[in-house]
Write a protein that binds this ligand. Structure first.
Ligand code: TYD
Length: 204
């Protein structure tokens, strides 16, 4: 039987991660895993309600951090932890690294407070693997220009996303075994090949 696995996907808005999550799910299913795809903020009715507020209402960085962690707590309790306990593979589009990157790096909020919230909300539970789609903020902005109406984060400028990128880099340096950096500036096939290598290096 395939062991339970928790995989998260991260990157600045416009990095192109969403298009690859389904492909990872398909590959892991072919390998025999039962796969559950979910996202943050969100993944439960309560957390999706909180997502709407975070994405569209004006608030300060602490409020943002508290709401994303509240959403995460509900998501963990209702969905992620039970699925892992059933031996399933959980693929989550963003998780706590996004809070360190966006609220910490982007908004400049105190990382020590975020670390305290992280430990309250999920203790020792961390993803088994995090795939970080990294690309320059300028390239991501060009990709986003063609997309739909921007939310509160997508409206931010290149300097904000440069700081978010720095937040992800700091998280990767603190957990290099868990977080794999993918060069997301390359074309789709080259990005996919890097993901396949990350999975194969774990015999997944
Ligand atoms: P995103 O995951 O990019 O969804 P979509 O593809 O539908 O735009 O949007 C979620 C936004 O929420 C993104 O801009 C990052 C932000 N976010 C935070 O600021 N903190 C967090 O902890 C999480 C999970 C997301």
């Amino acid at each position: 039987m395939t062991p339970a696995r928790f995989v998260t996907f991260e990157g600045i808005d416009g990095a192109g991660k969403s298009t690859h999550i389904d492909a990872v799910a398909q590959r892991l299913r072919q390998g025999g895993a039962t796969v559950l795809c979910t996202r943050e903020p969100g993944g439960t009715p309560l957390a999706e309600t909180l997502r709407e507020l975070v994405l569209h209402s004006t608030m300060d960085a602490l409020t943002e951090a508290l709401l994303v962690f509240a959403a995460r707590r509900d998501h963990l309790q209702q969905v992620i932890v039970p699925a892992l306990a059933r031996g399933e593979t959980v693929l989550c589009d963003r998780f706590t690294d996004a809070t360190f990157a966006y609220q910490g790096g982007g908004r400049g909020f105190d990382a020590a407070v975020l670390a305290q919230l992280e430990s309250w909300v999920h203790g020792d539970l961390q993803p088994d693997l995090t795939i970080w789609f990294d690309l320059p903020a300028v390239t991501a902005a060009e990709r986003r220009a063609a997309a739909r109406a921007p939310d509160r984060f997508e409206q931010q400028g290149v300097a904000f996303f440069d700081r978010v990128r720095g937040g992800y880099e700091a998280r990767m340096k603190a957990a290099p075994q868990r977080i794999v950096r993918i060069d997301a500036a390359l074309d789709r096939e080259a990005v996919w090949q890097q993901i396949v290598s990350a999975l194969e290096s774990r015999q997944w």
